[in-house]
Ligand binder design. Structure first.
Ligand SMILES: [Mn+2]
Length: 505
């Protein structure tokens, strides 16, 4: 546990990135409260050329009594602190944080890993905010996060601003923070309504005049002048309302990279998938079907073998995206099995939970997994299976008995999956939180399902027979599969999963 290791040091200085945003301040404040509680001599600081000016951030610091201090960078040489220095929401040595010397350094961050030579690092890319990471660390260490010291509100607001007002949330940990933390709604409303300055209003206006539009694929790309990332979301939400625009990408340049915001209103383009496509190899991106966001690291961007400026790059990448995939609508698709081989499901242990044994029949619940939320009501014959990627499928008892055999082996999530997030049940009425794995037993697939399958050589989007509104995406190397008893039942199986779960007959 990273906090246990950091706890050994004293004094401790926590440093936000320069021009700190709400997430840097909130995550830093979380760490501050934790170490203060441990009796440490602790400071929360930021440096760089500017002191905090934005109204929402000044209000946040003032109303929540966050003891954040500004440290002026020295003209010659570096500042120095004793003991441990932790950079939060940024990585020690990266371009967006002023270098301060210390006896020991540590990193807590949620951006793409840029600095890999700091041993005391806890970086989880793909989480919506650094506040989420700190919140999780505090919970795990037994520190109770409440709103008595304003910490709950700070963390909530940190996540809120880093995910375009929660619109771009996709990691289940973020949802847990959003729903689980105590916060003061009045203050959030106050901060939210002091979010844009008059200068930024003008930036948004100017940005909208300078769009580039692709008629063939009906997408628009806009580069905005430097502004708060929230403004990108505002511009893209507005843009999508234009009748000729189905998909848009809005971005701006920051000190260390490009922040992007993506929107889509057509079912053939999942904004979340497009965000991860656009940022592949040079950053991270994701979100929802209609709204998503991402970040591209400048260092990685400039190490690529192209000499495009960012706007041309994003335009090209959007083009590539639209040209790269084939669409399959399972309902009207007749699979050609001539070049496919027949496979059988391997007999693998997976987990199952009889929901009626956990909660009373009729209880509305949300099952939260890495792949998303499933909303169901407990029924007397509803079983859920926990697959090898931590994914969860509801099943009727009768179908379950046909396809699986129960095993006496105790169930172990770690042994059977390679995903860190443990699927959980949220009871919608009471907010109670139960780990699905605490109730799981082991079963083994009986191997009765046969499929035809072949590896694909290009991107494919499949609208399956059971979901006509959302597609599954297959990348080169993944498998296109079709059931031997129903050629319309077409779907994609990821390459890694395919090898683990199927064998040739
Ligand atoms: Mn952040």
């Amino acid at each position: 546990m990273i906090l246990e290791k950091l706890e050994k040091f004293n004094p401790i200085t926590i440093q936000c990135h320069d021009n700190p945003d709400a997430d840097a301040i909130a995550s830093g404040y979380g760490l501050y409260c934790f170490f203060k509680d441990k009796g440490k001599d602790v400071r929360l600081i930021y440096s760089g050329r500017n002191i905090i000016q934005k109204s929402n951030l000044r209000l946040m610091v003032e109303k929540l009594n966050i003891p954040v201090e500004y440290v002026k960078p020295l003209e010659k040489g570096f500042n120095r602190v004793k003991g441990l220095l932790i950079t939060t929401d940024c990585q020690y040595g990266a371009g967006n944080v002023t270098r301060i010397e210390a006896d020991e350094v540590a990193i807590i961050d949620h951006h793409q890993i840029e600095i890999d030579d700091v041993k005391l690092s806890h970086i989880i890319p793909g989480v919506g905010s650094c506040s989420t990471i700190v919140w999780k660390l505090l919970l795990e260490s037994g520190y109770k996060v409440t709103d008595e010291n304003g910490l709950g509100t700070a963390l909530y607001y940190g996540l809120y601003t880093d995910t375009s007002q929660f619109a771009e949330i996709h990691n289940p940990l973020d949802k847990d923070l959003m729903e689980g933390v105590e916060y003061e709604n009045n203050l959030i409303t106050l901060f939210r309504n002091s979010n844009i300055s008059l200068e930024e209003l003008e930036i948004a206006g100017v940005a909208m005049l300078r769009y580039s539009y692709n008629e063939e694929h009906r997408f628009a790309v806009i580069r905005s002048h430097p502004c708060d990332p929230n403004i990108l979301g505002i511009i893209s939400d507005f843009l999508l309302q234009v009748d000729k625009i189905d998909v848009c990408l809005v971005f701006n340049e920051t000190l260390d990279g490009y922040k992007i915001s993506i929107r889509s209103c057509v079912k053939e383009v999942n904004a979340s998938e497009l965000a991860s496509y656009v940022t592949e190899g040079i950053g991270s991106g994701g979100g929802h079907y209609e709204k998503a966001g991402g970040f591209v690291s400048k260092k990685l961007f400039s190490s690529m073998e192209h000499c495009l400026h960012a706007e041309a790059y994003f335009n090209n990448r959007m083009h590539e995206y639209f040209d790269s995939y084939k669409l399959i609508y399972a309902k009207d698709y007749e699979a050609d099995i001539t070049d496919m081989k027949m496979y059988q499901k391997k007999k693998l242990p997976v987990g199952y939970v009889n929901l009626w044994e956990v909660l009373p029949v009729g209880t509305p619940i949300t099952i939260r997994t890495l792949e998303g939320d499933i909303e169901i009501v407990v029924e007397e014959d509803l079983v859920v299976i926990i697959g090898i990627k931590g994914e969860v499928y509801p099943n009727r008892l009768e179908k379950f008995n046909r396809s699986y055999t129960k095993s006496e082996e105790p169930y172990s999530y770690e042994a059977n999956t390679d995903t860190a997030y443990i699927p959980a049940i949220k009871v919608r009425d009471t907010g109670a939180h139960l780990l699905l794995t605490d109730y799981a037993k082991t079963c083994i697939s009986s191997g009765s399902v046969n499929i035809y399958a072949k590896p694909i050589d290009s991107y494919v989007k499949v609208f399956t027979a059971w979901d006509k509104d959302k597609y599954m995406v297959g990348k080169p190397g993944d498998y296109l599969a079709v059931r031997t008893d129903d050629y319309h039942d077409v779907y994609i199986v990821e390459k890694a999963i395919f090898g683990k779960t199927y064998m040739e007959v």
